[in-house]
Design a protein around this ligand. Structure first.
Ligand code: FMN
Ligand code: 173
Length: 404
């Protein structure tokens, strides 16, 4: 199937300059590094702390950014190509753009329109939407907002004793048109995050229980809760929220042999998110999954870690011909996306930038961020003489490792 709704060449800057002639200004800055500060000015301290937060003293987060700066793009001249084609092919399907909306939970703490706004804009801009299973909007409502847009489903994986709940979550995702299952492996418990610890803030345990919608709307979880406590969810909402939080984040990891259960309960591609070593990438291949996301969760889980991009080349060298490799953590601009693609990623997940856009301006903000990143990516490739994002044209030969 082709997820290609938008075949026309992309040129956001041309649109912006033309509008400028009529005194129309973009909704907010194009400087991607200023989005964080704008979001901070808009949000309550605890929700800003939640999106900005990283583990420990933020070394992993810092290393994520530093990793991009170790590579420079070297341009080729006199290349007669038009505006670069950004289409990419993953798991046998074609997608208009090589970026996806990273799964981010509890989006209503950033804007009242939350996941709905993001899913709607993702469809309009033809960007793949990955729904977090820790969201403040149900699987079904997000699918409705996303319409015929490309969408994938991210699983926080309940412990084996709750396999019936996992099966129900997967069935709902399948029934609602989510094509790829992304299983996050690095977050069976939340990391040590000083910003949230300072605020005593866990979005699951807030009084309005904003991050538990997928659980509360799940018939198998409803039944489980009723059976265990003898009351319905609405009769003891805070107990139900804490029960759901413990199911989603059981505190201990699954093992590799548990992957089989997911394969038996999902008939599309399965992607493991959070891989950081060659050994694990090889295990993923051995266990027959279709893809991995080289990711350290944006540095939010384990501190003192390597930059996610630092690990990408060796993982691509080891398993790149056997499995699809996606990437996230630290992506902030078009050149970052180009570097991750050049190092072998098929698709790049964007996290905090679009959340900042959501916080700053709801749908308009998300649209501006996506268009900016794609416009920047496209011009960066164009001016580097790179006609498209296939490995044939966008590969390590366009990068130089810098000495600093
Ligand atoms: C506020 C927030 C919530 C997140 N929630 C989830 C989630 O529910 N599931 C998941 O797999 N990853 C989650 N992530 C991690 C992202 O999917 C992604 O790996 C990370 O944001 C990438 O790093 P970046 O923010 O530096 O781009 C979350 C990240 C943020 C910032
Ligand atoms: O904060 C996160 O990184 C995350 O994955 C999460 C966990 C629980 C609720 C929402 C997001």
């Amino acid at each position: 199937m082709n997820h290609t709704a938008n075949p026309t060449p992309f040129s956001y800057e041309a649109q912006v300059y033309t509008s400028g002639l009529h005194d129309e200004r973009p909704p907010f800055t194009f400087n991607a590094l200023e989005w964080e500060a704008l979001a901070k000015a808009r949000l309550p301290a605890d929700s800003f702390g939640y999106v900005w937060g990283s583990a420990g003293i933020r070394e992993t987060d810092d290393n994520n950014r530093a990793a991009f700066k170790k590579w420079g793009i070297v341009p080729s001249r006199l290349v007669r190509s038009g505006f670069p084609n950004l289409k990419t092919s993953v798991f046998g399907d074609e997608y208009d753009y090589p970026i996806a909306i990273a799964p981010v939970g509890v989006q209503k703490i950033f804007h009242r329109d939350g996941e709905r706004a993001v899913a709607k804009v993702a469809n309009e801009e033809s960007v793949t939407y990955i729904l977090s299973s820790a969201t403040s909007t149900s699987t079904e409502d997000v699918a409705a907002a996303n319409g015929d847009g490309p969408r994938w489903y991210q699983l926080y994986w309940p412990a084996n004793e709750h396999n019936n709940i996992t099966a129900s979550l997967l069935k709902r995702a399948k029934d609602n048109g989510y094509k790829v299952l992304v299983v996050t492996l690095d977050t069976y418990i939340l990391g040590w995050r000083p910003s949230d610890l300072n605020n005593g803030y866990n979005p699951f345990l807030r009084s309005d229980n904003i991050g538990v919608e997928i659980g509360f709307s799940d018939p198998v979880f409803q039944e489980h809760f009723q059976k265990k406590y003898g009351v319905s969810i609405k009769d003891d909402v805070s107990k139900a929220a804490s029960e759901w939080a413990h199911i989603m984040f059981p505190g201990t990891s699954h093992g590799w042999s548990d992957i089989k259960f997911l394969q038996e309960n999902w008939d599309g591609p399965i992607v493991l998110k959070g891989i950081q070593t060659v050994a694990d990438a090889k295990r993923a291949v051995d266990h027959g999954v279709q893809g991995i996301v080289v990711s350290n969760h944006g540095g939010r889980q384990q501190d003192g870690g390597v930059g996610s991009l630092d690990m990408l080349p060796e993982i691509v060298d080891a398993v790149g011909t056997k499995i699809e490799i996606l990437f996230d953590s630290g992506v902030r601009c078009g050149a970052d996306i180009a570097k991750a693609l050049a190092l072998g990623a098929k698709m790049v997940l964007v996290g905090r930038p679009y959340v900042y856009g959501l916080a700053i301006g709801g749908e308009t903000g998300v649209r501006h961020v996506l268009k900016s990143l794609l416009g920047d990516l496209q011009l960066t490739l164009h001016l580097s003489g790179i006609p498209d994002v296939t490995q044939e044209n966008l590969n390590r030969s366009v990068l130089r490792r810098m000495s600093h």
